[in-house]
Design a protein around this ligand. Structure first.
Ligand code: COA
Length: 204
C-alpha cells in the first residue's frame, strides 16, 4: 500500500471528493440518522467531535498511509453520503472492503449505485488501485446495502454467525466478494420474495 493524494472522481450525478473540516457538521447530522446508526458501526450517539475525529484521524491518515480511501459523495455540491475502501495489506495485490452510507433524502435514486460503481471501477482498474479482490460486509437484514453490492456484481458467499460487532455486541453478518475478473453485473438472481429495501430504511 502506498500513500496517495486524495483525488476527485466525477460521475453523471455525483462527485466524489475528500471530506474536509467544512463537512463535519453535515457528517454529524447524517451519521445521527436512525438508519445509519442502526446499520453501520459509527459511534452512537454521534457527536460533532466524532466527525472531527473521522476527518482528522481516519480520512487524512488513511489517504496519507494508503490504508483507507474515503470520499464524500456530493450531489450538486452538497454532501449526501460517504463511500470508502479499507485496504488489506498487499500480497502482492490488495484486497479492499467497501463501505457506504447515504443521507435519507438521497436514498432510492441510484446515487450510491453510481458512486460505488465509480469507486469499484477505480479499485479494480490496473491503472487505478489494481486491487485483486473487493469485500462487502453487512449485518444480516440490511437489504438496501446488499442490493447496492448485488448490482455491482458482488457474490454473497455466506452468512456468518457473530461476524460483526455493533456497539459492543456481536451480530450475524453477510459477506460478499467481487474479484477483478468478475462481471460488474448481478451474479445471481435477486432472491425470491425478499425486500429490495431494508425495512425501515426509506428515502427521507
Ligand atoms: C445502503 C444505502 C447507502 C443504499 O442506498 P439506496 O438509496 O438504496 O441506494 P442507491 O442510491 O443505489 O439507490 C438504489 C435504488 O434507486 C433506484 N434508482 C436508480 N437510479 C434511479 C433514478 N435515476 N431515479 C430514481 N431511482 C433510481 C434503483 O432502481 C435502486 O433501486 P432498485 O435497486 O430496487 O432498482 C442506504 O440505504 C443507507 O445509507 N443505509 C443506511 C446505512 C447503511 O446501511 N450502510 C451500509 C452498511 S453495510
Amino acid at each position: 500500500m502506498s500513500a496517495m493524494e486524495p483525488f476527485v472522481i466525477r460521475g453523471e450525478r455525483v462527485e466524489l471528493s475528500v471530506p474536509t473540516h467544512d463537512d463535519v457538521d453535515r457528517i454529524a447530522e447524517v451519521c445521527s440518522d436512525a438508519a445509519v446508526q442502526e446499520w453501520t458501526t459509527v459511534p452512537s450517539p454521534y457527536t460533532r467531535d466524532d466527525a472531527v475525529g473521522f476527518v482528522e484521524n481516519v480520512v487524512g491518515p488513511g489517504w496519507a498511509r494508503g490504508t483507507e480511501h474515503t470520499w464524500a459523495l456530493r450531489e450538486r455540491g452538497r454532501l449526501v453520503g460517504m463511500v470508502g475502501l479499507n485496504l488489506d495489506p498487499a500480497v502482492p495485490r490488495v484486497s479492499a472492503e467497501i463501505g457506504y452510507w447515504l443521507a435519507p433524502q438521497a436514498r432510492g435514486r441510484g446515487l450510491m449505485g453510481e458512486a460505488a460503481t465509480l469507486v469499484v471501477d477505480w479499485a479494480l482498474d490496473p491503472e487505478g488501485l489494481d486491487a485483486e479482490r473487493l469485500v462487502w460486509r453487512a449485518e444480516v437484514g440490511n437489504w438496501s446495502s446488499r442490493r447496492v453490492a448485488w448490482r455491482l456484481g458482488f457474490r454473497v458467499e455466506g452468512q456468518v454467525r457473530g461476524f460483526l460487532t455493533k456497539r459492543g455486541v456481536r451480530v450475524d453478518g453477510w459477506i460478499g466478494t467481487l474479484l477483478a475478473g468478475d462481471a460488474r453485473t448481478p451474479a445471481e438472481p435477486w432472491p425470491d420474495g425478499v425486500p429490495t429495501v431494508t425495512p425501515g430504511v426509506r428515502a427521507g
